[in-house]
Design a protein around this ligand. Structure first.
Ligand code: MF3
Ligand code: CO
Ligand code: CO
Length: 275
């Protein structure tokens, strides 16, 4: 018997590879969702300390999203069990919240996606747990700068390859590895939409950026080689060489003359240290 999978018009659109162009209503929706996601990360600042478990942080994320009228888009997404992803040290991304206790010297990426009034606000930041060593802090600094250098290239007329090239050039200048296995993505009413936003590539290549395109930029940068592997839980991605990995993510919209960052921290906690 043939099984027919129910697909929405959105999914058909997404699979065709076409990149959606949004109008003012989209910008307004993403502004609200992006701000809410960034606020949720802001609320975590005093809680990301030695002794707390990743589950306790995830519980706060859930509460803070509901308090803003949204829901975590990750909860139940392809079977994921968290309201956030918490990725510690050599974990590259998609760490599952659980009983792991944060300890002094850890670096942790917290990635949240809120679905608010039909729009997805997707953002992540690094947090420093207690006293963090200089090598790890330098990785976190460079990774943040990689994201912002990529965002600088996000304007009409440029191509996705220009964003990728800016990120790759800066990371490799510091002899870090840029993860290839995971990319940024179109975002909006659909969580993971076209296009794929690569973080390493050649300038002048890939789709041309146009006003109204919404996507994430979310470089994952390793102290060592780019290679990752996914653990048996089917989610947790780690560096193959077990070196530290860092990531920051913003959701952005292309405007007439550049881009708007939807997920900037209202509290000014864009980059650690937050104290
Ligand atoms: N927020 C992640 C991203 O940046 C996606 C997480 S999907 C999950 O695209 F299922 F792992 F939560
Ligand atoms: Co994302
Ligand atoms: Co994310």
């Amino acid at each position: 018997m043939t099984q027919y999978e129910a697909v929405s018009a959105d999914e058909v659109h997404s699979r065709s590879g076409a990149i959606r162009l949004h109008g003012p209503e989209g910008f307004e929706g993403m502004r609200r969702a992006g701000r809410a996601a960034a606020e949720v990360l802001d609320t975590l600042v005093p809680h990301v300390v030695p002794g707390v478990t990743t589950q306790e942080i995830d519980d706060i994320v859930y509460r803070e999203m509901r308090a803003r009228g949204g829901v975590p888009a990750t909860l139940g997404y392809r079977g994921f069990t968290g309201s956030s992803c918490l990725s510690i040290n050599h974990v590259v991304c998609h760490g599952i919240p659980g009983d792991r206790v944060l300890k002094d010297g850890d670096i942790v990426n917290i990635d949240v996606t809120i679905l608010l009034d039909g729009w997805h606000g997707d953002t992540s930041r690094m947090f420093l747990v207690g006293d963090v060593g200089v090598k790890a802090r330098r990785l976190v600094d460079v990774t943040y700068d990689c994201l912002m250098l990529g965002i600088e290239q996000a304007r009409p007329g440029n191509r996705l390859g220009d964003i990728a090239h800016a990120i790759q050039t800066y990371a490799e200048k510091h002899r870090y590895g840029v993860v290839r296995d995971f990319c940024g993505h179109g975002v909006g009413r659909v969580f993971h939409d076209a296009p794929e936003v690569i973080h390493a590539g050649r300038p002048g290549t890939g789709p041309e950026l146009k006003p109204g395109m919404f996507f994430t930029i979310e470089p994952m940068i390793n102290i060592g080689k780019p290679a990752v592997k996914v653990l048996d839980d089917g989610w947790t991605a780690v560096t193959r060489d077990r070196t530290l990995s860092a990531q920051f993510e913003h959701s952005v919209g292309i405007t007439e003359d550049g881009c708007e960052i939807f997920t900037k921290s209202p509290g000014g906690f864009d980059k650690p240290p937050y104290a």
